[in-house]
Design a protein around this ligand. Sequence first.
Ligand code: ATP
Length: 361
Amino acid sequence: MAIHIDTVTKQFGPLRVVNGVSVDIKDGEFFCMLGPSGCGKTTTLRMVAGLELPTSGRISINGADMTYAEPRHRDIAMAFQDYGLYPNMTVFKNIEFPLKIRKFDEASRRRKVEETAEKLGLHEYLQRKPSQLSGGQRQRVSLARALVRNPKVFLMDEPLSNLDAKLRAVMRTEIKKLVTNLGITTIYVTHDQIEAMAMADRIAVMSKGNMVQIASPLEVYDRPKTRFVAEFIGSPPMNLFSAQLKPGTAVTCVIPGFAHSLTEDERAFASQVVDAKGGLLLGIRPEHLMVTAPGKQGATDALVELVEPLGQTTNIYVSVGDIRFVIVTDRTQVKAGDTIGVVAPSELLRVVANDDAVVRH
Ligand code: ATP
């Protein structure tokens, strides 16, 4: 089922926590809302569920206006970070509960619970109480209870945040496989960029009640539109440098050697987001910078301040005058105090807007 969110705002008293967000979520899409604590993700999700009413704007599901519809009329299932399991019921009864409310007969309840438990690897735990399960197993019960009645829309709010890192990685693959196979339209809220990158068909990066950028994970990574997105996604984050828009295709960077000429699309974007003084940002991912010997033509000399060998990769923190940035490379002999040459390939430099620029999708 497609979900259409149209200029939705939410105000709590004088505080506007969702600021006119619009997005069309496609049938069967896995859509992530990603952003820091307090950016309005949960409130947006709760408005789709009908647990909170918008102050203005409209929400439709499968073409029908659901802005003010009761949650039970929306054919939506939800899973939250605290699982919300009933402690006194067995796993079987927990999973069965939504079917009982909907007055399914006993035989079909049993069949559906068993099928769902099988899919989620819970069969052997059906007679246990939630307190007798591990965090990951409880998580799966919570998912099973949400999925047992074949919802058309699945809303998840940080469902993995109580799990340890290893289990999170396993569960995110499981969830993605499960909902993709079932073809359920899913909205997934997280503050974890890795989770969003790994799971989403599209990500909405949210900040201060706005969806700042809505795009596929790689598009968001490769072409972040604003400083906030560039710095929120990627670890270490994208390097950003002050730049000046010049006539034609030219843009000058605060590091003169990092030269870039604008493509037609970039020119159009840059002219939209540039400030009154012609200022904007040029960004480059740390792994796109190349290290060479100092003094080479086309390279900029930089002083190495710190080297972090992480095993798989190495972070080299450098400075050019008082401008600091980071390079990610393979293992290296470079050490603090060395001077190295740094090359920023022109085609990998990106135009990025300052956060106060108005960015249109
Ligand atoms: P988190 O990841 O911490 O859950 P979030 O992005 O999901 O954050 P929301 O829960 O949507 O953020 O909250 C957005 C803002 O709205 C926060 O500043 C929060 O304090 C505020 N808020 C949420 N619910 C209410 C409420 N019922 N009354 C007043 N303010 C609220």
